[in-house]
Design a protein around this ligand. Structure first.
Ligand SMILES: Cc1cc2nc3c(=O)[nH]c(=O)nc-3n(C[C@H](O)[C@H](O)[C@H](O)COP(=O)(O)OP(=O)(O)OC[C@H]3O[C@@H](n4cnc5c(N)ncnc54)[C@H](O)[C@@H]3O)c2cc1C
Length: 402
């Protein structure tokens, strides 16, 4: 199907189901402030949002837009990444539920299943994610293994056709309502670190799994600790060969970085419009330091946008991972600089709530930007990767690595 035919079908579907989104309010004092970079909701709201996202995903699936790049034999449309991108662009014009609760499943976990799963595993675990029947989470990070992900200690010991798993995961988004988790587990403690890992699909209702939400400095609790005690997993839940967990994790993380970088442009444009008004309202619009910061930020945002467009125009199969790392580093740095400028303009009103619209809540933007610098690979790790593998700079001394 040509892109034009596809676009016409997508528009027809969306127009028949949803209303168009009104312009995002950039006018001072009107509408929701929407300055939080991370969703801060109660557990109940989070579940309701997940339900709404699942219902919309079911509609997408029924209309043939549920898995645009997915294999035809599994119910996907078998179309290109460009078709997928075009669909997301068109859908953004319409008032549809926030799909954030499904992003890990549709991006990271589905990606890993396609890369390493058997046809049966794809049918059993990836297809329900795209049909809007299940939510997934990613059980990778641990207290002692974040940047050094290959250092995971959660142990899996084979016992006939099952594995006994014990350990702890942390920072798991969606864990309170996920149906399935993609878990990186150490199955051979004697093998070199990267080769002793295996990947598993963990039904989150398996006995022995305990999920504890973590309270963040922003007040929300959008991710969790997950404790696994004597959890029994069938060998059919192993994704890829024993010992191939690192390879599967790498393909999953490529999907994650793509999902992180995709959706920032509109938010940043609105933030810049609000900052310009804020500068006028605080009497700082003529301050050379403020003007300098604003223009520099504007240029950085344009560069990030062009980089993103260049990446999106590149054939998915030729992307090396570096493009997504650049995208993510630029995105996170720009979020922080926007928050810094708001703090500069607001002074004490940044930390003390005066009740005035569009002021105090900027601190939620700045605090949220810290999360973006960490999630999906920290800035330091990505910069080291780019320095060594793209710029060809001398490698980091090994003794510095844990
Ligand atoms: C919003 C959010 C959502 C997340 N969701 C999930 C999820 O769903 N599932 C999941 O598994 N994980 C998730 N994470 C966890 C995330 O992947 C980790 O936080 C991240 O990999 C960093 O690990 P860490 O927190 O252990 O920090 P550490 O690895 O301890 O790093 C601490 C600091 O040291 C620096 N550092 C570490 N090693 C080096 C080095 N060799 N060179 C230079 N600097 C170094 C890091 O860059 C960082 O600044 C999430 C995190 C966030 C913020």
């Amino acid at each position: 199907m040509t892109l034009d035919q596809f676009e016409a079908r997508a528009r027809e579907f969306l127009e028949s189901r949803c209303s168009r989104r009104g312009p995002v309010a950039t006018e001072w004092g009107s509408g929701e402030e929407r300055l939080a970079l991370f969703h801060e909701t109660t557990d109940e709201q989070e579940r309701a949002e997940a339900e709404a996202a699942l219902a919309w995903q079911r509609e997408r699936w029924a209309a043939g837009f549920g898995w645009i790049t997915g294999p035809v034999e599994h119910g996907g449309a078998g179309l290109s990444a460009e078709h997928d991108r075009r669909y997301r662009e068109i859908e953004a014009e319409f008032d549809v539920p926030d799909m954030a609760p499904l992003r890990i499943g549709l991006g990271t976990v589905s990606h890993a299943l396609l890369a390493a799963g058997t046809p049966e595993q794809i049918a059993t675990h990836a297809v329900p994610l795209h049909r809007g029947e299940a939510v997934a989470c990613q059980l990778f990070s641990e207290p002692e293994a974040g940047s050094d992900l290959a250092g995971v200690r959660t142990r899996g010991v084979r016992d006939g056709d099952t594995w006994r798993v014990d350990g702890q995961k942390v920072w798991t988004s969606n864990a309170t309502f996920a149906d399935i988790g993609l878990a990186l587990i150490r199955t051979d403690p004697d093998a070199p670190k990267h080769r002793g890992l295996s990947m598993f699909l963990v039904p989150m209702n398996t006995p022995g799994i305990e999920v504890r939400p973590l309270r963040q400095m922003t007040g929300g609790a959008s991710f969790c600790e997950v404790f696994l005690s004597d959890v029994r997993l069938d060998d059919a839940l192993r994704l890829g060969e024993p010992g191939s967990g690192w390879k599967v994790a790498t393909s999953a993380l490529a999907g994650e970085r793509r999902a992180v970088g995709d959706r920032s442009h509109e938010m940043n444009a609105r933030a810049m419009a609000l900052l310009a008004t804020l500068a006028q309202r605080t009497g700082r619009a003529d301050d050379p330091a403020v003007r300098d910061a604003w223009v520099s930020l504007h240029s950085r945002l344009q560069i990030a946008r062009f980089q993103q467009q260049r990446m999106q125009a590149t054939d998915e199969r030729t992307l090396t991972g570096a493009e997504r790392a650049i995208d993510k580093v630029l995105l996170a740095a720009n979020y922080k600089l926007i928050g810094d400028l708001a703090a500069e303009l607001l002074g004490p009103a940044f930390v003390a709530d005066t009740g005035e619209w569009g002021t105090f809540n900027w601190n939620r933007w700045l605090m949220g930007s810290m999360g973006y610098r960490i999630a999906g690979g920290t800035e330091e790790i990505l910069k080291t990767m780019l320095a060594e593998r793209v710029l060809g700079l001398p490698r980091e001394p090994q003794e510095m690595k844990r």
